[in-house]
Design a protein around this ligand. Structure first.
Ligand code: NAP
Ligand code: ZN
Length: 375
């Protein structure tokens, strides 16, 4: 049995301020990688720049990371990092900046390479990465994955290199600035990580210890997503802990079919990651053939049965409509997605995938036309 989780995690209020020495010991000049605005508003960027300044560590800021970051943006950030001779990278924000920071850290350390290195599994070095999450969802602060948008493949895919952040400074306070939609989508992403890691071919006893605890924690605050009001500090704290634990879970197993299927919805229909994953979860439980495991999972989450789980998810998201031709294309893609199929313990077929989609989204067939008008 293997267990490898090399990221040092400090999860507490004021984590950046309290661990300034560890943060600044990682280099002499940092490239801060972040989104366009949220880290400026929620205080995370200010906490990091103050910490660096207090210890005389230089920095430059690359604040152009879009949601679902692209290979092109990673290459742009890396170019700046190379020109500025930075020796470590700090990703601040949701999963998008944290994932981008891993790709950028790889490319800066290999300045002679082009973007094809990202998806080339040859071993390659990378600069140290620090992750400061501001959403409670992806767990990217403790995973080796970095999911980038590949316009060449018209989908999203994790890079071929496993890059664990060296240090993760996790503070729930930044979540106070997130909208309800962001809180819901990211929390459901964390739930999906726990579920897809629990019902996974690669699950082990070590991994289960984390996942079972994460499921219980997540289940204990699930009702906070249903209320209209802002989350309490305690709820934010619990969600971010559950999300980091969920990250530790998928660091070992990877994700499964819902994540694989979600990438098409995000790339082609602009559906946020957590929403795109979440709508597949009820049908994923229905599809999963080992019902004992599903029952145990639902008990850990404190849901009575699959019906109650489905009702819960349905109350959070709108129904998504897809054309049948697109669904057929996505099924073909999934049937050749060896990574995701390997994580699912049972055989998948065309028919099973079709049912899976049909039970998750509204599939429409195009109207038939004749030469003489509508039929
Ligand atoms: P995100 O794409 O990083 O951010 C979504 C939105 O939330 C952005 O508009 C961002 O604003 C805003 N935001 C972030 N933190 C905020 C805060 N504290 N207050 C207010 N607004 C805030 O969202 P995410 O769901 O965290 O990350 C999704 C990405 O992570 C996807 O690309 C997904 O594939 C990837 N992912 C990675 C892993 C992994 O293991 N590495 C796992 C699952 C998902 P700004 O743009 O202004 O910052
Ligand atoms: Zn995810």
């Amino acid at each position: 049995m293997d267990y490898y989780m090399p990221t040092k995690v400090h999860l507490e209020k004021d984590s950046v301020k309290k661990h300034t020495k560890e943060l600044t010991a990682l280099g002499t000049k940092a490239l801060i990688v972040t989104g366009r605005s949220s880290s400026k508003k929620n205080g995370s960027l200010n906490d990091v720049t103050q910490a660096l300044t207090s210890e005389g560590v230089l920095y430059i800021i690359f604040d152009e990371i879009e949601e679902n970051p692209s290979v092109e943006t990673v290459m742009k950030g890396a170019k700046i990092g190379i020109e500025e001779h930075v020796d470590f990278v700090i990703g601040i924000g949701g999963g998008s900046p944290m994932d981008a920071s891993k790709g950028i850290a790889l490319m800066i350390a290999n300045p002679e390479e082009n973007e094809s290195l990202l998806y080339d599994s040859r071993p390659a070095r990378h600069l140290p990465v620090v992750a400061v999450p501001t959403t409670a969802g992806t767990g990217s602060e403790v995973t080796p994955w970095a999911i980038l948008t590949r316009h060449d493949e018209r989908t999203k895919q994790s890079i071929a290199h496993r890059i664990f952040p060296t240090l993760a400074l996790v503070d729930h306070s930044y979540m106070a600035f997130a909208s309800r939609d962001i809180i819901v989508c990211t929390a459901i992403d964390a739930l999906a990580h726990l579920i897809e890691s629990y019902l996974n071919t690669k699950t082990t006893i070590f991994n289960r210890m984390a996942t079972e605890y994460g499921l219980r924690l997540w289940g204990s605050v699930k009702n906070c997503l249903l209320k209209g009001e802002a989350l309490s500090e305690q709820e934010c704290q619990t969600l971010i802990l559950a999300s980091t634990i969920a990250g530790i879970s998928i660091a070992h197993t990877g994700t499964s079919l819902p994540h694989g299927m979600s990438y098409y919805l995000t790339y082609e229909h602009d559906i946020p990651h957590g929403n795109a994953v979440g709508i597949f979860l009820p049908a994923f439980l229905d599809l999963f053939e080992d019902k004992e495991q599903v029952k145990r999972l639902l008990t850990l989450l404190d849901f009575k049965n699959e019906k109650a789980f489905t009702k819960y998810i349905d109350s959070l998201f709108e129904v998504i409509t897809l054309r049948e031709a697109d669904v057929e294309r996505y099924i073909d893609g999934m049937l050749s997605n060896k990574r995701k199929l390997a994580n699912y313990p049972f055989t998948m077929t065309d028919e099973k995938f079709y049912r899976f989609f049909k039970n998750s989204v509204h599939v429409v067939k195009p109207k038939k036309f004749s030469l003489f008008g509508h039929k």
